[in-house]
Design a protein around this ligand. Sequence first.
Ligand SMILES: NC(=O)c1ccc[n+]([C@@H]2O[C@H](COP(=O)([O-])OP(=O)(O)OC[C@H]3O[C@@H](n4cnc5c(N)ncnc54)[C@H](OP(=O)(O)O)[C@@H]3O)[C@@H](O)[C@H]2O)c1
Length: 371
Amino acid sequence: MPINFLATVAKEGTQVIPKYEQLKRYGPYVVGALATKFYFSGSSNTWERNMHGRVVIVTGGTSGLGATVVRRLAKEGAQVILLVRKLDDGWLSEHISSLREETNNPLIYAEEADLADFQSVRKFATKWIDNLPPRRLDMVVCCAAVALPPSVERQASKDGLELQMQTNYLAHFHLLTLLSPAIRSQPPDRDVRIILTSCVAGVMGKIDMNDLGFQHQQYPKYKPYKVLGTSKLALSLFAYELQRQFTEYQRQDGAPSNVHVAVVDPGMMRSPSFRRFVTFGSLWGLLLYLIMWPIWWIFCKSSLEGAQSLFFAMMLPDVQYMTDVAYISDCRVRQKPPRKEFEDKEFQQELFKQTEKLITDTERFSAKKRK
Ligand SMILES: NC(=O)c1ccc[n+]([C@@H]2O[C@H](COP(=O)([O-])OP(=O)(O)OC[C@H]3O[C@@H](n4cnc5c(N)ncnc54)[C@H](OP(=O)(O)O)[C@@H]3O)[C@@H](O)[C@H]2O)c1
């Protein structure tokens, strides 16, 4: 059929092509837009790994990127534990029931760990590690984050620290350091992975060791997007110290470390937090966002496209992981971002120490306040 048509065009000219003039005028734009869209959609993960029966903890698994990751894991038969801010949420139980049904996987659960509240994170982690023999744990995927619109004033967590800094960085630090004994005690033949989600905003980050909770910065010096960048930079630097600690840990059985840490930048995605960010959380912004939808469609990824790099980190064979952190974007292990802190082991260790101190002090303060 197409050969017949091409032969007719060759013989009788382009006038036999329906709507040829319009095609000639608009065709190049459409092709250009589709080619740009294709480029910005990024690469797809091609690795496969058997996820059946693996136990995975996911933060931020109820929305955007995290929800996409949870769906894939559930479809592949993993046991997924979603850490959510509130358990007694009608929507959540419906969501989990429909996910179980859709993926034919009953092993999807939710546990409460509000990342804006250190006590809530501690409660979950303590319950998890308080088990003999230690519970199986194959992977922790950290997708939860808050990205405040650029126009808002400083928002505080339940512990009084800046909300983005606590949710995106400090709470994940708290969770992973508390879970460390459970992670280290997995059998040596189990390939354990910790996957942290970073963001390009990390290049704007500026870490002040004396104010990691952004307690002393107020408007106009306070810029939410810079705090977002700082939280993501700190999270990525934490990954390097965490990997070092796991690698240097002397296991009782003498086996080498089986824990791999990856930092993944999924790229810009049209997720709920992205929408909130670019609309400045306003109705007018939302209207503008809808008008500009083709631009977002072309230049930003869908959650599924963004999740490809996370799938890559989850499925990549362990031999491809080096002893260092795997920094992944667009389904490739990259060089570290061009920031001197990524080469600075002392800085990373100092950040770890100061973060630990801030969390301990804040937990004590919050406990006193509760009493
Ligand atoms: N979107 C982008 O363009 C982009 C670009 C680069 C990197 N990233 C990163 O990718 C990850 C996912 O982003 P996304 O855009 O998909 O986000 P999203 O759709 O806004 O989802 C954020 C998730 O974090 C959870 N969360 C927020 N505060 C929490 C708290 N206090 N306790 C427990 N959970 C909490 C949310 O739970 P609720 O459903 O209860 O709110 C939600 O599940 C983030 O780490 C983000 O920084 C995103």
